[in-house]
Design a protein around this ligand. Structure first.
Ligand code: ATP
Length: 518
């Protein structure tokens, strides 16, 4: 199965099993907007809980807030979004499709990288044991040729973006002979800037002064509340403020399912530090955030850092954590050292002093900020892509199983009476009524036990608990594990502990804390 086929199946599966639906589907959907169904919302809530607790519970110096989506319009002038929250867009005149110019170029560079990797793999096969990859990469004329092309495109792109030179950006696309994936032609328009913020009117009249924006990021809600939180929480630097909430961007190139949406959710944490210490914190947060991802067990090889070539004017370091989605390595989270840009600008635009008095040094200053910013929806997609598995079983049958880490799986356990009679449903209901206070559990008595197991596999339930006639005699049940399909007979009284050991987030938190840095 190709990665593309796998991705299509994943989208279909997400819909079939109540994870993700197109928005307002009965009206044929709305572009790049999605709804979470009964399973999706549980998964999403668990991911949010995992993130929130890893920030707010594990760190005494991080607190949370929940700011409004609507903010004073000046916020977006101060943040630079009104003037500069722009994406360089280019249209293909034949297909009439619009693309982000930087994304077209990045995809082209990724293709050249792949070509180099293919050359290396071919040579590895040819030379066998004696193959010296480093030497081949520096000496093969073919690799050198592709590498030179790649480096040229890359450095010209970075320069054009840094200089904000849209003509130069277009010229790189022309010179690299990039074609539109739909029409296959090189008939490109000029590159133009486009503001991604949605606006609406507040109040009864509709004159311009009442225009407000749907926030394109949650971070600004944290910055404008910096003093409120610092003072009322008596926070001492270094400290962080965390927030989870909706953000909106009128994305032009909205593809790849929930990877790029127009309405999405972010989990952001702004960490305020003493000026001069920001890069140390930046490196610490990079490691801590990578451990958060990797503790889910999807394989270290599926993650990488991508340090930014072009830093935003306010940042002095930035990196992305990328995950290997079925459509390639893509950003899930950004970690940015934002200097004092945000607080400094809010100070300027609001005319209010936004400073911290450092009792140790006796000085007042505008704190520097290290931000960790992750998309909830991209996390959901990461989990689903990693979890979706089709398996051939020993008995010749096959199953689709979502190997979602138990701690974030939507349903923790299914309670299944073997038959619908002889008092088994009553025992099962009784068990459910005890477990439901602590866990999302599902009761199912319909169809054969095999079919019920498959249904639970398909939604990713880690444990199935079967009540049979022996349960009446000795108060034991069969517990079946989703991933191994192993079955064990256990006393019913042990179930709360067994479930807790399987689904608790503690194991994940311990991995994050293996090197407690922040
Ligand atoms: P991209 O380059 O993919 O557009 P970005 O660099 O603009 O992303 P940030 O502004 O750093 O993204 O936002 C932080 C995080 O928010 C991203 O890492 C991503 O997980 C999430 N995010 C951003 N835009 C979207 C979107 N349109 N849909 C879903 N998630 C998004």
């Amino acid at each position: 199965m190709t990665q593309e086929e796998l991705f299509k199946k994943l989208i279909a599966h997400s819909k079939e099993y109540g994870y993700i639906f197109p928005s307002s589907e009965i009206y044929d959907g709305l572009g790049a907007v999605y709804d979470y169904g009964q399973m999706g919302v549980e998964l999403k809530n668990n991911i949010k809980r995992y993130w929130w607790d890893s920030m707010v519970k594990l760190h005494q110096n991080i607190v949370g807030i929940d700011a409004a989506i609507f903010m004073h319009p000046k916020t977006w002038e101060a943040s630079g979004h009104v003037g500069a929250f722009n994406d360089p867009l280019i249209d293909n005149k034949d297909s009439k499709k619009r693309y982000r110019a930087d994304v077209l170029l990045e995809e082209h560079i990724a293709k050249l990288d792949e070509k180099i990797d293919k050359e290396v793999e071919k040579a590895r096969k040819r030379f066998g044991e004696s193959f010296d990859e480093a030497k081949f990469r520096t000496e093969s004329p073919r690799v050198q040729e592709i590498q030179a092309k790649r480096d040229e495109v890359h450095s010209r792109m970075v320069k054009a973006l840094t200089d904000n030179d849209l003509d130069a950006l277009r010229q790189v696309i022309i010179d690299a002979e990039i074609v539109c994936p739909i029409s296959g032609t090189r008939n490109w328009t000029d590159v133009r800037q486009f503001n991604l913020m949605f606006s609406t009117q507040m109040g009864a009249t509709s004159d311009g002064s009442n225009t407000i924006y749907l926030r394109p990021e949650t971070a600004q809600g944290i910055f404008v509340n910096f003093l409120n939180v610092q003072k009322t929480g008596r926070m001492k630097i270094p400290f962080g403020i965390a927030q989870i909430g909706k953000a909106f961007r009128n994305e032009i190139v909205a593809r790849q399912f929930i990877f790029r949406m127009r309405e999405f959710e972010q989990m952001e944490m702004q960490f305020f530090v003493r000026p001069g210490e920001e890069l140390t914190w930046f490196h610490k947060w990079k490691q801590t955030r990578m451990r958060w991802h990797q503790s889910l067990g999807f394989g270290a090889e599926n993650y990488r850092f991508h340090d930014h070539d072009k830093l935003a004017h306010y940042a002095n370091a930035a990196t992305d954590i990328e995950y290997k989605f079925p459509f390639g390595f893509k950003e899930v989270e950004g970690i940015h050292s934002r200097t004092d840009f945000d607080l400094g600008n809010h100070q300027k635009f609001s005319g209010k002093k936004i400073q911290y008095f450092d009792p140790e040094s006796g000085e007042s200053y505008v704190p520097y900020v290290v931000e960790t910013s992750i998309g909830v929806d991209r996390m959901v997609l990461q989990v689903l892509s990693a979890a979706y598995t089709e398996e051939k079983l020993e008995n010749g049958e096959s199953r689709v199983v979502l190997r979602i880490p138990s701690a974030i799986a939507p349903v923790k356990a299914a309670i299944l009476p073997l038959v619908k009679k002889d008092g088994l449903p009553e025992i099962a209901q009784n068990l459910l009524s005890k477990l439901k206070y602590d866990y999302v559990v599902q009761y199912d008595e319909k169809d054969s036990i095999g079919k019920r197991y498959r249904r639970q596999d398909a939604i990713g339930t880690p444990l199935c608990i079967t009540i049979d006639h022996q349960s009446i005699e000795d108060k034991t049940v069969t517990i079946r594990y989703r991933d191994t399909m192993e079955q064990k007979r256990v006393p019913m009284a042990d179930l709360p502990q067994i479930i807790e050991d399987e689904v608790s987030m503690k194991k994940l938190f311990r991995i994050i804390e293996t090197e407690p840095e922040c």
